[in-house]
Design a protein around this ligand. Structure first.
Ligand code: ZN
Length: 261
């Protein structure tokens, strides 16, 4: 079965800014989904902020293996209920790929637990992306570096937790550097943050960027399926202990009682 993937797009600048509309007439989410669907192992659909429940109903998320997230102008417009719903699915094993300005999305900050702030400059400068983890599955088939002629600069310090792995480091024409491909694990879910993708530049039309995204979907996919038991907090009775034990001392909870949450 193919990897059931949703590309979530905020879909604001594509409709309100002429420059962005010309680069992505059908929206960035559609361009990205099309690029993912070039791989027969991936079945990508789209969802946007404007749809009911932002296109991320409980039912739809339950049947999703990997979610990609692009947001920028209206992170605050994403409902907290949907954010918690997505976080729950990540803990249960759904992969999450956060793109570019999604570093400030509610879902990324929720899962990182840190400010996720960075330096930036919108000057269309060259970005040279170095593959510093060349045998990582997300880097499969890539050269040792590649360039995007026009990109927004993101500079360190990027206030995220220390990642599990760093796959890419970017250098910008103005001199700054940035950890632009980072992996995390939250619960049973794989998370990948990928930096490029400012909406006024044709980044998601770039072949190499598209290859990274396809690789990332395959890497983020957890083929073992939903691990719903991650939410369980069972009160294990004394008589069910693996080795015989004798209960000692006072206790707060009755046998079989649920704990506090
Ligand atoms: Zn940007």
């Amino acid at each position: 079965m193919s990897i059931r993937t949703i590309v979530w797009g905020e879909n604001i600048h594509e409709r309100t800014n002429q420059v962005v509309a010309e680069v992505y007439p059908d929206g960035m989410h559609s361009t990205i989904a099309e690029a993912l669907n070039q791989d027969p192992a991936i079945k990508a659909t789209t969802a946007t902020l404007q749809e009911p429940e932002h296109g991320l109903s409980v039912e739809r998320l339950a049947e999703t293996d990997v979610l990609l997230w692009w947001g920028h102008k209206d992170h605050g417009g994403v409902s907290d209920e949907v954010v918690e719903r997505v976080a729950k699915r990540v803990w249960e094993g759904m992969g999450l790929i956060v793109l570019h300005s999604g570093h400030f999305s509610k879902i990324f900050k929720r899962l990182m637990g840190t400010p996720c702030a960075l330096k930036w400059r919108e000057a269309g400068e060259r970005e040279r992306i170095w593959v510093i983890n060349p045998r990582h599955p997300i880097a499969a088939g890539l050269p040792d570096h590649f360039e995007l002629e026009n990109e927004e600069m993101y500079g360190e310090q990027f206030s995220v937790p220390e990642p599990l792995e760093t796959v890419f480091i970017s250098w910008f024409e103005g001199g700054e550097v940035f950890r632009s491909g980072l992996t995390y694990r939250r619960g049973a879910g794989n998370i990948f943050y990928f930096r490029p993708g400012h909406e006024t530049y044709p980044t998601y039309h770039n072949e190499t960027v598209q290859q990274v995204l396809r690789n990332a979907v395959k890497w983020a996919h957890n083929p073992l399926g939903t691990y719903a038991a991650i939410h369980d907090a069972p009160n294990v009775p004394v008589e069910k202990a693996l080795e015989p034990i004798v209960e000692r001392g006072p206790r707060l909870h009755q046998a079989g009682e649920a704990g506090y949450r």
